[in-house]
Design a binder for this molecule. Structure first.
Ligand SMILES: [Zn+2]
Length: 214
């Protein structure tokens, strides 16, 4: 993929706050220099543990948007995520795209995940959710998209490119950053994560879990 195209893909999916009536959060208002790391698509028996070790090393907290099907396979990792002070959120049971899935099927997949992931945080896979789906889900969940998408899942990109691009973003506090603890993203994510965290800590930022009561 060309860098020009990647520039387009960095943006959020077609999404207007007006249409979604504020039901979807892309940034957490923050007076202080707090950043919110998020990891989608886990838990993974090896990669998630490497993420946890990295976060612990730097005293950073994060939020993991979990897939129900992976939680079923690795429940002990979810326990560890929680014990270590991170937040968890729902990312559907089987990674469904809201735009392409009949809503009833979409909601029941999310419900199936909820039985495994006791959380009112939700992130739609691919960031794709129709306004009426967001409206329906907002009675139970707070929906989170992101401020910065790292694109760690794009296999054509070098790890160094992912890091460099991330470092070019302007952070002031409250930004939500997306990584993936998945096999596809691991080489880029595990390269960029410690370097990014270390650089931002030096600049006086802290990394906090999303802690959102509904
Ligand atoms: Zn995902």
């Amino acid at each position: 993929m060309s860098r020009f195209l990647s520039g387009l893909f960095r943006k959020l999916p077609p999404y207007t706050p007006v249409l979604y009536q504020g039901r979807v959060i892309t940034r957490i208002p923050s007076a202080s220099r707090r950043l919110y790391l998020t990891f989608d698509d886990g838990p993974h028996p090896d990669i998630t543990l490497q993420v946890l070790e990295c976060l612990e090393k730097y005293g950073a907290k994060a939020t993991f948007f979990l897939l129900g099907k992976n939680v079923e396979k690795h429940p002990q990792i979810v326990q560890r995520i929680k014990t270590e002070g991170h937040s968890i959120g729902n990312h559907t049971y089987s990674h469904l795209n809201g735009w392409k899935t009949p809503s009833n099927m979409y909601y029941s997949d999310i419900k199936r995940c909820r039985q495994l992931v006791p959380s009112t945080l939700f992130r739609p896979p691919y960031g794709r959710i129709w306004p009426y789906q967001a409206h329906q889900l907002s009675s139970v969940f707070q929906i989170f998209l992101w401020t910065v998408l790292t694109q760690d899942f794009i296999i054509d990109f070098e790890p160094e490119y992912i890091l460099r691009r991330l470092m070019k973003e302007k952070f002031s506090g409250g930004e939500i950053i997306v990584f993936h603890d998945s096999e596809k993203a691991a080489s880029r994510m595990l390269y960029a994560l410690p370097r990014f965290v270390e650089a931002m800590l030096e600049k006086g930022f802290t990394f906090e879990p999303i802690d959102w009561e509904r």
